[in-house]
Design a protein around this ligand. Structure first.
Ligand code: CP
Ligand code: NVA
Length: 304
């Protein structure tokens, strides 16, 4: 039976910890130049409805390092749901490939691919969630803080796909999740209710950014207007201005706090140059970890 990865909650807590362990092993092998062709001869089709740097490059490089190959399929080529039904694209790609990774607008599109594909489907970002990102981020937190639990992780900004995935991981790994979002820009209510129902992590949502970051071990932010919301960008700049991660906001967090951003960053908007290039920032370690965690995900789903 094939397994898909559309949301962090598709994995159990044990499976998530196994992924972190495998990612650390694969990272060490990569650094030491030890061959690890665990997906020799396998191929991954990568479907993109939106632009990407990290996701595309890390999956492509990851498949190569695992002894396989990845194919980049641009929106112009496939025309998901336009040139061809999503269901038929899923069926066809399953005949050629061992897995499909997709970056889409509506979450229903990645669900549709998973429903009709006979090979595993991985969500490389939808409007609802960005699960690979947050697994890589948690690996980064573990590396820099030496633990995942007993931490206050504060997300400040738009209640988007990235924060929805932080909420999902809080349903599997215990920690304190503090969300600072302007009124009307809160994260998905259903995912929040589900995570709270698990009773594992404390999750709070406040419209006060200072309150959100108070004594935080980790501060996280993302763009104020996500891909597909470009026309709202100017209006959002005014609303989100108090949510900028700058030196003043950082002064309310713990002295040894780390700062993460999934990137790409809009420097001067959600984060200042001073913070992004400063001593608390681990954003480029975080970007690198997309490679290592995704290799672990690929091995888990495709090495069958
Ligand atoms: N963080 C992230 O997913 O980056 P890309 O949009 O460049 O893939
Ligand atoms: N929230 C952002 C994340 C980019 C990696 C977006 O969806 O555009």
């Amino acid at each position: 039976m094939k397994k898909d990865f559309l949301m962090i909650t598709d994995f159990s807590a044990d499976e998530i910890h196994d992924l972190f362990k495998l990612a650390a092993e694969l990272k060490e092998k990569t650094k030491k130049g030890i061959e690890h062709h665990l997906l020799k001869g396998k191929t991954l089709a990568m479907l993109f409805q939106k632009p990407s740097t990290r996701t595309r490059v890390s999956f492509e490089v990851g498949m190569y390092q695992l002894g396989g190959h990845a194919l980049y399929l641009s929106p112009a080529e496939v025309g998901l749901g336009k040139r061809e039904l999503t269901a038929d694209v899923a069926r066809v790609l399953s005949r050629f490939n061992d897995g499909i990774m997709a970056r889409v607008f509506g979450h229903d599109i990645v669900e549709g691919l998973a429903k009709y594909a006979s090979v595993p489907v991985i969500n490389g970002l939808s409007d609802l969630t960005h699960p690979c990102q947050i697994l890589g981020d948690m690996l980064t937190v573990q590396e820099h803080k030496g633990r995942m639990t007993d931490l206050k992780i504060a997300y400040v900004g738009d209640g988007n796909n990235v924060v929805n995935s932080w909420i999902n991981i809080a349903a599997r790994v215990p920690f304190t999740l503090s969300l600072g979002c302007p009124k009307g820009y809160e994260p998905d209510a259903g995912l929040l209710a589900n995570a709270r129902k698990q009773g594992l992590s404390s999750i709070t949502v406040t419209p006060d950014p200072v309150d959100a970051v108070k004594n935080a071990d980790v501060i996280y932010t993302d763009v104020w207007a996500s891909m597909g919301q470009e026309e709202e960008a100017e209006a959002r700049k005014k609303i989100f201005k108090p949510f900028q991660i700058n030196k003043s906001l950082l002064s309310h967090a713990k002295k040894d706090c780390i700062v993460l951003h999934c990137l790409p960053a809009h420097r001067g908007d959600e984060i200042t140059d001073e913070v992004m290039d400063g001593p608390h920032s681990v954003v480029f370690d975080e970007a690198e970890n997309r490679l290592h965690i995704q290799k672990a995900i690929l091995v888990k789903l495709l090495a069958r």
